[in-house]
Write a protein that binds this ligand. Structure first.
Ligand code: ATP
Ligand code: MG
Length: 424
């Protein structure tokens, strides 16, 4: 239940002066996030609702492929990192406890999960296994930027697969890859899967999930049935595409990636199992990361217009932004209160603008916040027996009869124009 008059939802006319990315500007202006320090951001209630929606989608799709959720600490002993040779990474925050034992703040969790698997897995019968958590990462990024796009503390969904051999890894990798496609489709993103460098993770193969948008730090070369990292291809903007058409280079945000790690971590950390013939072998691993904050920012980048955010319905903080134009108590106020209750009875998430504020301010805020359906209850409409509903995407307008407004609003939400999402 959210009444705007009581909500912690501070909207702003102007973006922060240092903001360049559209998502950075709009997330601050719409009251989704506030900055606490360099690369450190707080999610305010409205933003937190959105982030949790992304996390719920990620969680459902992980569980659907048999990947089990758990939770590992952010504060960790340094030892496993020394064993894998990653203790020296510059982005890692290091500290020590009162006894002087060296600790780190996890920038990722390969070391901890592999430690657990090394202790618990004995036999080929314990495999395959897929585990994930949604947990805070700490990274001393050299250049935090663009609001939540590159921060020093962020939440990641990181999943890990454990198999007996390369063939098993291929199967786990494919399951994750398909789940990633479903996650990004459900989040309403336009995205592409591209091959990537193996980089600091080590291993035998990797893909990145790229969401094209102006704020992207990476660039992808796109043509019909073709997508590649610009660094990984000879192709340039305007070249003929490998499968026809013309190559277009677009900036993009990396929202997720998947790696075939092989035995990069199982060997140094001693994660082995006994195979059918009693021979001890290292577990073959994969890891699969996704950044919910980047998904939120990418959805804003891709959908926004000059008036503000345009959410994919699946991520919107509320389904309906209900605006009462009433000044003080009266028939208008009562009609809006009633509709608010009726919508909530139908399990619609409603942000109810019951503030004592001007019409212009209320409508501007509704457009800035970008919920899929805005419903305005005003004297003029009520005189004709209707309330006015407007679709944020596409601007379609509906006149809903007051008596049946809640039911018809539900129908309108179900019928919202589907996003024109690409596949990978
Ligand atoms: P990048 O190349 O952008 O630095 P990365 O390769 O370091 O990303 P991973 O370590 O594989 O990323 O993390 C997995 C996912 O976590 C990324 O795809 C991204 O969505 C998210 N992520 C990584 N670093 C950040 C960050 N500093 N701020 C917000 N999200 C991040
Ligand atoms: Mg990085």
């Amino acid at each position: 239940m959210t009444r705007l008059s009581q909500a912690f939802l501070p909207t702003l006319k102007d973006p922060p002066s240092d903001a360049e990315a559209v998502s950075h500007k709009l997330m601050v202006r719409a009251g989704l996030i506030r900055q606490l320090g360099a690369g450190l951001w707080t999610w305010l209630p409205a933003g937190w609702r959105v982030l949790r929606k992304v996390e719920a989608i990620v969680r459902e799709e992980m569980e659907a492929i048999g990947c089990q959720e758990m939770l590992m600490p952010v504060l960790q002993p340094a030892e496993p990192w020394q064993k894998t040779g990653r203790y020296g990474i510059e982005e890692m925050f290091k500290l020590s406890d009162r006894k002087g034992s060296p600790l780190v703040l996890a920038m990722t969790h390969e070391e901890s999960i592999t430690t657990h698997v090394a202790q618990e897995i004995r036999s080929y019968r314990d495999l395959p296994l897929m585990l994930f958590h949604i947990q805070t990462k700490e990274r001393d990024e050299p250049r935090p930027r663009a609001g939540v796009l590159r921060t020093r503390e962020f939440t990641m969904k990181d999943a890990y697969s454990f198999d007996r051999d390369e063939e098993g890894l291929e199967r786990s990798y494919e399951l994750q890859s398909e789940a990633y496609g479903r996650i990004l489709d459900r989040c309403g993103l336009r995205w592409h899967r591209v091959e990537s460098d193996v980089g600091m993770m080590g291993g035998s193969g990797a893909h990145e999930y790229m969401a094209p948008c102006a704020a992207g730090e990476d660039a992808v070369a796109l043509a019909p049935d073709f997508a590649a990292n610009v660094e990984a291809t000879e192709l340039r903007d305007g070249d003929p595409g490998p499968n026809g058409g013309t190559v277009e280079v677009e900036p993009a945000i990396e929202v997720g990636n998947i790696f075939k790690l092989g035995t990069r971590y199982s060997e140094p950390l001693g994660a082995t199992f006994l195979d059918e013939t009693g021979v001890e072998r290292p577990v073959v691993m994969g890891c699969y990361g996704i950044g919910p904050a980047r998904i939120v920012a990418a959805a804003i980048e891709q959908g926004a217009d000059e008036r503000g955010i345009v959410w994919p319905a699946s991520l919107a903080p509320w389904d309906v932004h209900l605006v009462s134009l009433a000044k003080g108590d009266g028939e208008e106020q009562q009609a809006a209160d009633t509709l608010y209750d009726e919508l909530r009875e139908r399990e619609i998430e409603v942000l109810y603008d019951d503030r004592n504020a001007g019409t212009g301010e209320k409508l501007t805020d509704a457009e800035l916040l970008g919920c899929p359906l805005r419903i305005v209850v005003g004297r003029r409409g009520l005189a004709e027996g209707i309330v006015e509903a407007t679709e944020r995407r596409g601007g379609g307008e509906l006149r809903l009869p007051v008596k049946d407004a809640a039911a018809q609003a539900v129908d309108a939400l179900v019928a919202l124009p589907a996003l024109d999402a690409d596949d990978g």
